[in-house]
Ligand binder design. Structure first.
Ligand SMILES: [Zn+2]
Length: 478
C-alpha cells in the first residue's frame, strides 16, 4: 500500500535575553552549576515573578516574522508536574491563550516548489533545569531554570523528512535575522521534537503517531524521521498496529527506540498563574515591534535576485545566512561582478568556514571584504590565476595578509611574459616529443598533458591561456 507521511514539529527556542523570564538572574551559558539562581527561579515560598519585557518583545518579533496573529491579551498558566529539574513543581507557561496563533512559514519541497507550513501556535514559557547523569549519581543544575523559551508548534503540514529539515533551516535563519536567539543546538538553545504518523494515500483521518525526541541537530531530526517513515511503513505493511509512544533517537545506532508507551494526554492541572495577572498588549506595541523587523530572508532573496542579477538558487543560499548576505552585499556594491562574488562565497569561502567550523558572523573580520575584492582584481588583471587565488585563500584566512602580500612573499605572481613562457614550452615539447606528436595527429587530450607540464615547471604560475595559445602555435594547429 502507498502511504503518505504526516509530520508536525514542536520547536523550543531559548530567547537570548540577558536575564531570565521572571527574575533578574543572568542567562550566561557555561557558568558553574547553580550560581545563577535566586529565590524566584528556585521556587522558594513567598516570592513573586515579574515578566521580563525583552522576553515579550522578542517573542512578538518571532510571532510576527512567522506571520502569526499576536494576541492582545497576555495570560500565563501554571503547568504542574513533578520532576527533579523543576523546583517549583510547576512551569509557568501558556495554555489556552497562547501569545500567537495562525501563522505560517514558507518552505521548499523536494521538487523546489513553495509550500506553506502553518504555525498552529507560539507560546511563552520558562525553561526547566538540567539533569546531569553520571554512572554514580544524578546531579541537577538550576542555572537554566526560568530561562525564556518560546515554543513554536506547527500544524501537521509537513510531508517528509526533507520538508522538516527545510522548515527548521528556514526557522533558524529567521531567528538569526531577528537576533533573538543564538540558535545553538549544542547548547540547547534550539530543541526540536517531532510527531510523525503514516496514513494510506487518500485517507483523511490521521494515523497513530509517535513522538520523536532526543535529536541534537537538524540532521538528526531528518535522519530520525527518515528512519521512522521506513519503520512505520514496514509495520503497517506487516499488519502490525502502530502504538502511540515516545521514541528516542539514537545518533550512534541511527535508530529510534521506545522510551515510553501508553502515552495518555497528561493532566497537568493547568490553572491561571495567580502571580502574573493577565494584561493587554496594545496594538500599537505590536505595530512598533513590526516596524522594527529587519528584512527577512525570503524578502532579501527576491531583492538580491533583482538588484544583483544573481540566480534564485544563489540568492537562496546567500540569503539563508544573515552574515553571508551582509558580506555579499557589501562586496557586490564595490565589485563589478556580483556573480563572481557569489561563486567565491558559496564555493571556497563557505567551504573554508564550514571545514574549519568558523562562524559566518566572523567572516568579515577574518577576511575583510576589501581583501576579497583585491584578490579578485588580481585575477582580473592577470597578476594571478584563479587557481593560485584558490591556493592562497586559506593563507589569507589564517595569516590575515592581503593577496598581494602573500603572492609577493611566496613568489606566485603569474607569468604572462610570452618569451619566458615560450622557452618553457619549447623545453616541454622537447621532453615529451611523442605526446606532442600525438597532438599533431589529432589527439586533443595530449594538449592538456603538455599544458599541465608547463604549469608544473612554472609551479602553476604561467597564465594558462597564454600557455595554451603558444602550444597550439608551436604545434602548428592554429
Ligand atoms: Zn532567578
Amino acid at each position: 500500500m502507498q502511504y503518505e507521511t504526516v509530520i508536525g514539529l514542536e520547536v523550543h527556542v531559548q530567547m537570548d535575553t540577558q536575564s531570565k523570564a521572571f527574575c533578574g538572574c543572568s542567562t550566561l551559558f557555561g557558568q558553574p552549576a547553580n550560581t545563577q539562581t535566586c529565590p524566584v527561579c528556585l521556587g522558594l515560598p513567598g516570592v513573586l515573578p515579574v515578566l521580563n519585557e525583552k522576553f515579550l518583545q522578542y517573542a512578538i518579533k518571532v510571532a510576527l516574522a512567522l506571520n502569526c496573529k499576536v494576541s492582545n491579551y497576555l495570560k500565563f498558566d501554571r503547568k504542574h508536574y513533578y520532576y527533579p529539574d523543576l523546583p517549583k513543581n510547576y512551569q509557568i507557561s501558556q495554555y489556552d491563550m497562547p501569545l500567537a496563533e495562525h501563522g505560517y512559514l514558507e518552505i521548499e519541497t523536494e521538487n523546489s516548489t513553495a509550500k506553506k507550513i502553518r504555525v498552529l501556535r507560539a507560546h511563552m514559557e520558562e525553561d526547566a533545569g538540567k539533569l546531569i547523569h553520571t554512572s554514580q549519581s544524578s546531579l541537577v543544575d538550576y542555572n537554566r531554570t526560568g530561562m525564556c523559551l518560546l515554543e513554536i508548534v506547527t500544524e501537521p503540514d509537513i510531508s517528509s523528512a526533507h520538508e522538516a529539515y527545510d522548515y527548521l533551516t528556514r526557522l533558524k535563519s529567521i531567528l538569526e535575522y531577528l537576533e533573538v536567539s543564538d540558535c545553538d543546538m549544542e547548547k540547547g538553545s534550539l530543541r526540536c521534537d517531532a510527531n510523525i504518523s503514516l496514513r494510506p494515500v487518500g485517507e483523511t483521518k490521521l494515523g497513530v503517531k509517535t513522538e520523536l525526541k532526543n535529536m541534537n541537530s537538524f540532521k538528526g531530526v531528518r535522519d530520525a524521521l527518515e528512519y521512522e517513515v521506513i519503520r512505520q511503513e514496514k509495520a503497517l505493511n506487516a499488519g502490525e498496529l502502530i502504538v502511540q509512544e515516545t521514541r528516542l533517537w539514537d545518533e550512534n545506532k541511527q535508530k529510534t527506540f521506545t522510551m515510553r508507551t501508553k502515552e495518555e494526554a497528561h493532566d497537568y492541572r493547568y490553572f491561571p498563574e495567580p502571580d502574573l495577572p493577565p494584561f493587554t498588549i496594545e496594538d500599537k506595541t505590536i505595530e512598533t515591534v513590526r516596524k522594527e523587523l529587519p528584512e527577512l530572508p525570503a524578502v532579501k532573496k527576491e531583492r538580491l535576485v533583482s538588484e544583483y542579477k544573481i540566480t534564485e538558487y544563489d540568492a537562496n543560499v546567500i540569503s539563508a545566512d544573515k552574515y553571508i548576505a551582509l558580506y555579499f552585499e557589501e562586496a557586490a556594491k564595490e565589485y563589478k561582478s556580483p556573480k563572481t562574488i557569489a561563486n567565491w562565497l558559496m564555493g571556497d569561502i563557505m567551504n573554508y568556514i564550514h571545514n574549519n567550523q568558523l562562524e559566518s558572523k566572523k567572516l568579515a573580520e577574518i577576511l575583510p571584504v576589501k581583501y576579497l575584492i583585491e584578490m579578485l582584481e588580481l585575477i582580473d588583471n592577470n597578476t594571478i590565476s584563479g587557481k593560485i587565488a584558490k591556493k592562497i585563500l586559506p593563507d589569507m584566512f589564517t595569516s590575515g595578509n592581503t593577496a598581494t602580500q602573500i603572492i609577493t612573499e611566496k613568489n606566485l605572481v603569474q607569468i604572462s611574459d610570452t618569451s619566458q613562457i615560450e622557452t618553457i614550452v619549447d623545453e616541454v615539447i622537447q621532453e615529451h616529443a611523442s605526446v606532442a606528436e600525438d597532438f599533431r595527429n589529432g589527439t586533443d587530450k595530449a594538449l592538456m598533458f603538455l599544458v599541465g607540464q608547463v604549469m608544473k615547471k612554472t609551479r602553476g604560475k604561467a597564465n594558462p591561456q597564454i600557455v595554451n595559445d603558444i602550444l597550439r602555435k608551436k604545434l602548428g594547429t592554429t
